[in-house]
Design a protein around this ligand. Structure first.
Ligand SMILES: Nc1ncnc2c1ncn2[C@@H]1O[C@H](COP(=O)(O)OP(=O)(O)OP(=O)(O)O)[C@@H](O)[C@H]1O
Ligand SMILES: [Mg+2]
Length: 229
């Protein structure tokens, strides 16, 4: 499903060049559950942003479902992202003025779905994450765990095949974090490919594959046969 070949990402800051990724090669199959770990500043978020088409590599190719997405225009990338990829962030990134339901509905609105279908799917999605009663609350009227659940609903409302989560529990207490992980893992059962960046060893140990990034490169890439789940 995903193939990264010779991926580099450099950032120029003043006259300094930061090599955030230094030649990353990796293949990810449909339905894999992958934890990405590594020290702060090692390139984890940079890698996730590239996978999510939120950023472009300085060199290398990214093939998604047989298409070289690095050669697509910004508009084509946005279209691919909207159809195939969901993204969950550490700080939720919900739209503050919109209610939970409106936040979840947004990707469908942008994609031009008719209102009836939007309302139906949003209601089902909020019910799935146990937030039917909070549909009309704004983010500042929700707990951190509830906000992250809304963010997951928004990331999955378009039924993406790939879900990317960057420290999704980093800002949550352990109980809310466990609930968020439970919801993400339930998506794997439905066939989604899940890539989670985490500092939490307990979370990383649940994934079937663990990729450790150090200094912009893959240090280890381990598949676990019999995981702790
Ligand atoms: N937009 C940017 N401009 C300049 N440098 C950047 C930019 N984004 C990331 N970097 C640099 O690239 C390197 C990798 O950053 P990245 O955010 O990918 O690290 P990370 O592994 O996600 O770290 P953390 O665990 O702290 O989130 C760092 O040295 C960082 O300073
Ligand atoms: Mg990061």
């Amino acid at each position: 499903m995903i193939r990264l070949q010779g991926i580099h990402r450099e950032f120029q800051v003043g006259d300094q060049i930061v090599h955030a990724l230094n030649g990353v090669d990796v293949e990810i199959d449909t339905g894999e559950y992958i934890a990405v770990t590594g020290p702060s500043g090692s390139g984890k978020s940079t890698l996730l942003n590239l996978l999510g088409l939120l950023d472009r590599p300085s060199a290398g190719t990214y093939t998604l479902d047989g298409t070289d997405v690095t050669s697509l225009t910004d508009e084509q990338q946005a279209d691919t992202r909207n159809k195939k990829i969901g993204f969950v962030f550490q700080f939720f990134h919900l739209v503050p003025r919109l209610t939970a339901a409106e936040n979840v509905e947004l990707p469908m609105t942008l994609a031009g779905f008719p209102p009836d279908e939007r309302k139906e799917r949003v209601a089902a999605s909020l019910a799935d994450i146990g937030l039917a009663e909070r549909a009309h609350h704004r983010p500042d009227q929700l707990s951190g765990g509830q906000r992250q659940r809304v963010a997951i609903a928004r990331a999955t409302i378009m039924r993406p095949s790939l879900l990317l989560a960057d420290e999704p529990t980093g800002n949550l207490d352990s109980r809310s974090g466990a609930e968020v992980i439970r919801i993400l893992e339930a998506l794997i059962e439905l066939g989604i490919t899940l890539v989670v960046v985490t500092h939490d060893e307990k979370i990383a140990s649940r994934a079937q594959r663990r990729i450790r990034i150090v200094d912009g490169g893959i240090e280890t890439d381990v598949r676990v046969q019999d995981n702790a789940r």
